[in-house]
Design a protein around this ligand. Structure first.
Ligand SMILES: Cc1ncc(COP(=O)(O)O)c(C=O)c1O
Length: 240
């Protein structure tokens, strides 16, 4: 984040963090010589509380964090039909209010977030160890020394992603792809004129990523079964 924040201040740009998968994740700022939490570094940040997230509601929910009081007021208005006070619409807004019942659920679940994140980190470490002998065929997440991720997902890279996903599905193992179509190839942004080949790193990621089972409470024997199924696929592929 240091280089991104530097760019922001050099060109007078606002930095908005997408912290939707990063509740509790930390970044070591060399500039400030301290660990900083995701969602606290930019001018504002967005958190998703979609049910599957590390901190998930029982329905749709999310939050914006910021230290900027003016921005907080504006975001508060946007989520409430643009009202600055009851019946006074200062700007055009929409209904993005968090249900009280969702807030109540999140408040209880927040107490468990640190523990759940620890469980995810332990599971990620276990996957790393189990995949170590397959380093040539499966790329596991890279964890730089300046990051403490919270493993919303455990994502491997393989050029045989679609075949591997099919193999795992047949073995009764659920997987996901986050995400299969990069932003520049989405119909919503077609008018920008980007085409396949313009962002090769994003495109390779979209073609090769596979998210393996990851949630607090994932059992080590289930992780072993997942990795064995991946190894089985790799050995059939190399002999077939
Ligand atoms: C990185 C990232 N950003 C934004 C979103 C959008 O979150 P929501 O659907 O809660 O608005 C998601 C949801 O999956 C996400 O993973």
């Amino acid at each position: 984040m240091d280089p991104i924040l530097d760019l922001g201040s050099r060109y007078n740009l606002s930095v908005i963090e997408d912290a939707c998968q990063a509740h509790g994740a930390e970044y070591f700022s060399a500039r400030e010589h301290r660990w900083r939490r995701a969602g606290s570094m930019g001018q504002a940040a967005a958190f998703s509380f979609y049910p599957g997230k590390n901190l998930g509601a029982c329905g749709e929910a999310g939050a914006v964090t910021t230290n900027d009081e003016t921005l907080a007021r504006e975001v508060g208005m946007l989520r409430d039909h643009g009202q600055s006070s009851k019946y006074y619409h200062a700007v055009e807004g929409y209904n993005g209010r968090l249900d009280a019942i969702q807030a109540g659920i999140l408040r209880i679940k927040l107490q468990h977030l640190t523990h759940w994140n620890e469980q995810r980190r332990r599971s990620a470490k276990r996957y790393d160890e189990l995949f170590a002998p397959m380093a040539g065929s499966v790329r596991v997440p890279y964890q730089p020394a300046w990051s403490k991720p919270v493993y919303h997902l455990y994502v491997i890279h393989t050029p045989y992603r679609d075949e591997l996903q099919k193999h795992l599905t047949e073995a009764g193992i659920g997987t996901g792809i986050h995400y299969p179509i990069p932003v520049h190839l989405q119909a919503a942004y077609a008018e920008l004129g980007w085409k396949r080949g313009d962002f090769p790193v994003s495109e390779d990621a979209a073609d090769q990523l596979l998210s393996l089972p990851m949630f607090p409470g994932l059992r080590s024997e289930d992780q072993r079964r997942v990795v064995e199924a991946v190894a089985e696929f790799a050995s059939v592929r190399s002999t077939g």
